[in-house]
Design a binder for this molecule. Structure first.
Ligand SMILES: *Cc1c(COP(=O)(O)O)cnc(C)c1O
Length: 398
């Protein structure tokens, strides 16, 4: 493992970099939009009236603070003290709404009337359509035509919430094509539209802005752990990483606490070497993806490799630049979890604790037996979402 320099920073630099990752590698046409956001996001977020409104919605609409639950039966099974941070109890069933609430309030302060977003499995689209309904803003969600067929219930949810779902019919008709078309929409409507990105990915300032909105997760963990154990620091914080937003939120207030190990679970699909995987740090190399320099899965000549995971939320060929830096610097431990291991961990939590986790979240749980935990260790697992949406997949294993 790399020995960390005491001066190693995990905060974003002025130019939007985490170590050698990050930045804003965008077409010139997109520059005015991204620059407007970059110049304003910190001041908007620091404004006390913004904070009051954001906090009130997190409490009264999202249902925060989410509980920190001591999972006693799971703890006995694993042989360490395991706490679960219950983001699955957020309104809409996952952590994503923390970010969409924050971004819609930013959009309103920038006088935007319309929201555009892309979605793969539909979870981010639903979280975006939800807050647009709440605020009465027009919502346009681009979704690959193939994904629309695969994820019909989420398409119906978005439409019921008043959003327009536009099929992306180009290329492979999946997430990356939806992203391209959403970008094109934003380029053509720079003045009245805000683009809500769903994870700590994309050009600066998105990774930092999304991490700050999600940082409410670790802010609450610190207070809750202090109340329950007398210490605000656990030995480990564990989260799954698709783009990395629930992990960034769970890690945020521990980034500069070297005694807290940060553990990321990536989706290995059918196996790291199987050709059907989304284990980015195991398989990827540095390159530029969706506007930032990060680690991504690519061919020798730099074409993005099609990822695979049983879990739609982790089926992404890259990770956010913060996570690339955590990996590169040795600050984070990255585990590659196969589909079957995740499914087993999902069933284990359901039977031991009466909580059916999202399959994304089950990847984080499956890292626990691999971590060589001691009986005295205190571990917090970020339970990013609930498993209702995944029943059709789980039921194949019943
Ligand atoms: C979308 C999603 C993820 C993956 O996104 P991150 O940005 O990596 O957090 C994880 N868990 C759930 C439940 C999700 O919906």
């Amino acid at each position: 493992m790399t020995v960390l320099e005491p001066k190693t920073s995990f905060e974003v630099s002025n130019k939007g970099f985490y170590g050698r990752f990050g930045g804003a590698f965008i077409p010139e046409m997109l520059y005015p939009n991204v620059e407007e956001l970059r110049q304003n996001y910190l001041a908007i977020m620091a404004d006390p009236t913004f904070q009051t409104e954001f906090r009130a919605l997190l409490t009264d609409y999202v249902g925060r603070p989410t509980p920190l639950f001591l999972a006693e039966r799971l703890s006995n099974e694993i042989g360490a003290t395991i706490y679960l941070k219950r983001e699955d109890l957020c309104h809409t069933g996952a952590h994503k709404v923390n970010n969409t609430i924050g971004q819609i309030l930013v959009a309103k302060r920038l006088n935007k009337q319309r929201i555009v977003a892309e979605t793969g499995a539909g979870q981010h689209g639903v979280a975006t359509a939800t807050v647009c309904a709440l605020m009465g803003l027009e919502c346009i969600v681009y979704m690959g035509e193939i994904d629309m067929e695969r994820q019909q219930p989420n398409v119906d949810r978005m439409r019921m919430l008043g959003a327009t779902v536009v099929p992306a019919k180009s290329g492979s008709k999946t997430l990356k094509d939806a992203t391209n078309e959403a970008m094109r929409h934003w380029i053509n409507n720079p003045v009245d539209t805000h683009y809500i990105i769903g994870s700590v990915v994309g050009p600066h300032p998105y990774p930092d802005m999304v991490a700050r909105f999600q940082s409410v997760i670790s802010e609450e963990i610190r207070t809750q752990l202090l109340e329950k154990t007398g210490h605000e620091n656990p030995d480990y914080v564990v989260a799954c990483v698709g783009g990395g937003s629930n992990a960034a939120g769970a890690f945020f207030h521990y980034l500069h606490e070297p005694s807290v190990r940060l553990v990321a679970a990536e989706a290995a699909g059918l196996g790291v070497s199987s050709g059907h995987s989304a284990a980015t740090t195991a398989l990827g190399k540095p390159g530029v993806l969706h506007g930032s320099r990060t680690i991504l899965m690519q061919t020798d000549d730099g074409q993005v490799t099609e990822p695979y995971s049983i879990s739609a939320g982790l089926d992404y060929p890259g990770i956010g630049p913060l996570h690339a830096h955590l990996f590169d610097s040795g600050r984070g431990d990255f585990y590659a979890i196969e589909d079957d291991e995740a499914i087993r961990a999902g069933f284990q939590l359901s039977k031991l604790e009466g909580i059916i986790p999202a399959i994304e979240t089950a990847h984080a749980l499956a890292a626990l037996p691999k971590m060589n935990l001691q009986a005295s260790d205190v571990v917090v697992v970020c339970l990013s979402g609930r498993g209702d949406k995944d029943l059709a997949t789980y039921s194949k294993y019943l």
